[in-house]
Each structure stands twice: as C-alpha cells, then as structure tokens.
Design a protein around this ligand. Structure first.
Ligand code: NAP
Length: 323
C-alpha cells in the first residue's frame, strides 16, 4: 500500500495548485488525476483571463505547466481514478483506485464538476458521433460544417466563438430570450458574422443516419412549434454537476450534491479532509478562483498535518523529493 501525507483527488487548477503547495511544504503528495487530467479547463482552448498570460494560453498548456511545477516539488501523479474511499475511521484515510490502495493522513478533494446532459433522445446514441461537450477536443472535426451550440451562459458563448474557427455557421440555441453570459462575451459573439442565435427554443431530439448526426428537432417554448434543423454537430454547454457521488454518505453535501465546505478554512465535515474548486464552489467557477481555493485548502491541510504531528508522530512516510 502506498502511504502519503496528502492525497489530492482531482487534477484541475484546484488540485494542481494544492499539489504545488503541499509538495513544496515537503509533505509527500499523491495526485489522483481522474479520467480527465486538468479538469474542465483542459477542455478549453483559449484561456484569456488567467493572470500572467497577456497573450492567452491554452487550457492543456496551463494545466501541463501547473503539473510540471508540482512535480518539481516532488508531487507524484497517479493516472487513475478513485473507485472507493473510506473516511469513516478518520485519519489515515484509505483510498482505492483501479490499480492500487493509498493510505493518506489528509485528503484534499478537488474533483470538480462534469458537463450536464440534456437527456433527450439521440443524445447518448450520437455522443462522439456529432454530439460533443468539448469544443477544444472535437471542434476541428467540423471544418466547413454546420453546428449548433446549446446554452446561453459563458461556456456556450466562449465555445461558440472558438468553433467559428472551423465551422461555417454556429447557431446558438437558447431556451430564453436573454443570455446569461457576460456582456463582454455577448458583444464578442454578436459581432462574429458566423454566429447566429435562436432564442426561446430547446432541442427535443438529435437525429442521425448511418451512425452520424444529421440534424435536430427544435421546439419553440412559446409557440410549441417544432422544426427540423439539419446540422452536423451539436455542442452542449448547459452547465455542470458536481462529481460528488463517491462521497455520498461520507461527507456532508448540499441539496444539489456540492460538498459543504467551511469557507473560513476549507474543511469538510470530516476532520483531515479539505476541499477546493468546483466541487463546492457554485459562485465563481474560474480557473484562477479554483487555483486560489486549492491553495487555501492546501495551506489549511499543511497546518492540520503540522499541528497533529506535534501532538503524535505520524507513520513513517516515503521520502519527499527535494526541489
Ligand atoms: P451556466 O452559467 O450555468 O449556464 C448554463 C446555460 O445553459 C444557461 O444559459 C441555461 O439557461 C442553459 N441551460 C441549463 N440547463 C438547460 C437545459 N436543460 N436545456 C437548455 N438550456 C439549459 O453554465 P456555464 O456557461 O457552463 O458557466 C458555468 C460557470 O463557469 C459560470 O459561473 C461562468 O461564469 C463560468 N465560466 C466563465 C468563463 C469565462 O469567464 N470566460 C467561461 C466559461 C464559464 P438559463 O440561462 O435559462 O438558465
């Protein structure tokens, strides 16, 4: 069994920043990356608002740089997902992944959130065959094609703008007549000649032929009129749900499944378990705020481990690589 001082579950900006701090504080640190290294920001092509990058940076490059920085201080990356975790007996906590068991004195939960689905006929059937939740990953397949983007928030508009690099036209389908996105993104999207808007409208079904998406059924929510729209790609950006299922019954969650976290010290309902990023934050949801919350969770974890070590020696640990 691998023994570490700190296990970090999740590898988005919150987890990677936490790893930089705990590893630099010479606490042996394992980052369990989960299936999507880098989290949501790694699926964003252009990151324009992360400080220190005036010309922007891609999401994958930003996360790669954070990983390199954490590794420089000795953090170990486990390219695996948590299958089970036992927080019931207190520290040290037992974590199982597909390939190993880890004992950790403290845990930092930075497992984030996942794209929400529309739950309409054809959505699952055509995922990866015209239906996508990641413009960075799939946008290039839609060169000179017709695509729709579903949603009216920042993600929908930002990704729609990105998709205009490839697609002929990008039609944003929004269920209301007012966008939720920031004014800056609205202005940019409305000025883009490749972007069109259809308001007061939802997608009822994704249609396809020979295993590929060929169109969607749209419904005007005010008139109930249905129309068929031929499209090659359906990009869905309607928000995110917290990845908290593995903590059900072990950590306090709110009624939407977000972790209940003490804002003052980033602690959770179990002593020695801290959290940061979108697993608890529904307000800010920026890469930079996730990084800040990961930093705060790490600082409180370091203090918790230090205070506890002063009271009782912890188990012998594997040595931490020096920077
Ligand atoms: P969001 O702000 O929650 O917006 C989700 C959008 O999808 C809303 O317009 C919503 O409609 C629509 N929607 C939700 N469920 C739907 C359904 N079942 N059918 C049709 N439409 C549905 O989510 P987000 O855009 O992913 O943004 C999440 C957070 O990340 C936000 O805080 C945002 O500011 C932040 N973010 C920031 C940036 C940036 O700063 N550049 C970029 C991306 C994301 P309604 O408007 O009617 O509710």
């Amino acid at each position: 069994m691998k023994k570490v001082r700190v296990a970090i579950i999740g590898s988005g900006p919150a987890g990677l920043t936490a790893a930089i701090y705990t590893a630099r504080a010479e606490l042996s640190t394992a980052v369990i990356t989960g299936p999507q290294f880098g989290g949501q920001i790694a699926t964003t092509h252009d990151v324009d608002n992360f400080p220190a990058f005036p010309d922007g940076i891609t999401g994958p490059e930003l996360t790669e740089r954070m990983k390199d920085q954490a590794e420089k201080f000795g953090a170990e990356f486990l390219w695996d997902s948590v299958t089970a975790i036992d927080l019931s007996k207190g520290s040290p906590f037992l974590i199982k992944t597909h390939s190993e068991e880890i004992s950790a004195d403290a845990v930092i939960v930075t497992i984030g959130a996942s794209p929400r689905h529309l739950n309409i006929p054809g959505e699952i059937e055509y995922t990866g065959r015209g239906v996508s939740y990641c413009a960075t990953c799939d946008g290039a397949f839609y060169r000179n094609k017709e695509v729709i983007v579903v949603g009216g928030g920042d993600s929908a508009l930002q990704e729609a703008i990105f998709l205009t690099k490839f697609a002929n036209t990008v039609t944003i389908i929004h269920r209301r007549d007012e966008l939720r996105a920031s004014v800056a993104l609205q202005t940019k999207a409305k000025a883009n000649p490749k972007i069109r808007f259809i308001f007061d409208t939802v997608v009822d079904e994704v249609k396809g032929e020979n295993g590929l998406t060929t169109g969607v059924t749209l419904r005007n929510v005010k008139t109930d009129a249905k129309t068929h729209m031929p499209v090659d790609g359906v990009f869905i950006f309607i928000g995110y749900d917290p990845n908290s299922a593995i903590f059900g019954g072990q950590l306090a969650l709110d009624d939407q499944g977000y972790l209940s976290v003490n804002a003052a010290d980033h602690s959770t309902s179990v002593e020695g378990v801290f959290a940061g990023g979108e697993i608890h934050d529904q307000t800010f949801r920026q890469a930079i705020t996730a990084s800040g919350q990961g930093c705060a969770a790490a600082l409180m974890t370091i203090k918790w481990v230090d205070d506890r070590e002063a009271l009782q020696p912890l188990d012998d640990m594997q040595p931490v690589a020096q920077a």
